[in-house]
Design a protein around this ligand. Structure first.
Ligand code: F6R
Length: 241
């Protein structure tokens, strides 16, 4: 595990976006694994700027980590909508090559299995971008998730539902189920880049990097990956020994 610590969140996002841009320039037809969330917004802003400066997404495919069950792609809080808004609508990625799990599927369990199979057919994912939950989750693989799990329907913990509720209106019930890439699926990516910023991620970052390998901190599995880079700002690195 390679650890990169930057002075602030902006510099950390710069480093993360630069790694993605370099990978895409080197292998334009790569399969790119993408994440959503507040941490990634500045990364996508930088990728949009890189596109304006000539970076093309036309030959790549993308696979997002997760999607809420019960939200159609046009729901403003769906991860499909997030991706359209922050990246896909602004770059030249082919719409049919930009994949997310189908949160609106009539049979979410089957949709999750189909998503895993699709990644298997189109993969391996060349670079998988990850954020970090304050409880140590990656994708929506919450604490106690099997470290060899495949893509599947997962119940979100109360902590995650609460953390995400800031994105939903006062009259809306935030979803309690998701389809997420499994930890085993994520670990098959050739390369992993995790970005975590802010004091709220410090405990989870320390558990991921220095703690025992444990399903209680799903991100700790990255200790076993042969090409994982963790980018932190100083606040997220504050609890490292
Ligand atoms: C989102 C995802 C999640 C987030 C994590 C951090 O696709 O997979 O694991 O990366 O919850 O979210 P933020 O960046 O909002 O703190």
């Amino acid at each position: 595990m390679r650890i990169v610590i930057k002075p602030n969140a902006s510099d950390a996002a710069d480093t993360c976006a630069a790694l993605i841009e370099a990978a895409l320039r080197k292998t334009p037809d790569m399969a790119l694994g993408l994440a959503t969330g507040g941490t990634m917004e500045p990364v996508y802003a930088r990728l949009r700027a890189a596109h304006e400066a000539g970076l093309s997404f036309a030959r790549c495919s993308s696979f997002n980590l997760d999607e809420y069950v019960g939200l159609a792609g046009d729901h403003p809080q769906s991860y499909r909508h997030y991706m359209q808004q922050h990246l896909f609508d602004h770059v030249d990625i082919r719409p049919e090559a930009a994949h997310l799990p189908d949160g609106a599927a009539a049979d979410p369990v089957a949709a999750a299995a189909q998503y895993d199979a699709l990644i298997g057919r189109c993969g391996p994912i060349g670079l998988q971008l990850l954020g970090l939950g304050s409880n140590g989750h990656i994708g929506f693989n919450e604490p106690s998730s099997s470290l060899v799990s495949r893509s599947r329907v997962k119940t979100l913990t109360r902590k995650t539902v609460e953390a995400n509720s800031r994105f939903f209106g006062p009259d809306e019930t935030p979803p309690h189920l998701s389809i997420t890439m499994g930890i085993g699926t994520i670990m098959e990516a050739s390369r992993i880049v995790l970005l975590a910023t802010g004091r709220g991620k410090a405990q989870a970052a320390a558990a991921m990097i220095e703690g025992p390998l444990s399903a209680h901190c799903p991100a700790s599995i990255l200790q076993m990956h042969t090409d994982a880079t963790v980018i932190l700002d100083e606040e997220a690195a504050a609890d490292l020994a």
